[in-house]
Ligand binder design. Structure first.
Ligand SMILES: [Zn+2]
Length: 74
């Protein structure tokens, strides 16, 4: 389809993600609360969650990763 106005190029096609702080689903197309940490972009439902994340990013990222990194049997 043709659009009369130029598309917004930045977040077009971005997939919905979850707020790493509170776990709520966040649509990157609708929120401006993006934060880049270690080459990854995180989105937040509110400025409050963003500030909590910025205070201690690793605490929230760790919950999304495997807790058994040290348990990798080789
Ligand atoms: Zn949140």
């Amino acid at each position: 389809m043709m659009t009369p106005m130029a598309d917004l190029p930045t977040t077009r096609g971005a997939t919905p993600t979850n707020d790493p702080v509170c776990g709520r689903p966040v649509d990157p197309n609708r929120t401006g609360q993006g934060y880049v940490h270690e080459d990854a972009v995180y989105y937040f439902c509110s400025n409050g969650c963003l500030r909590r994340f910025m205070a201690d990013p690793d605490a929230f990222i760790a919950t999304q990763r495997s807790e058994h990194d040290a348990d990798t049997a080789d």
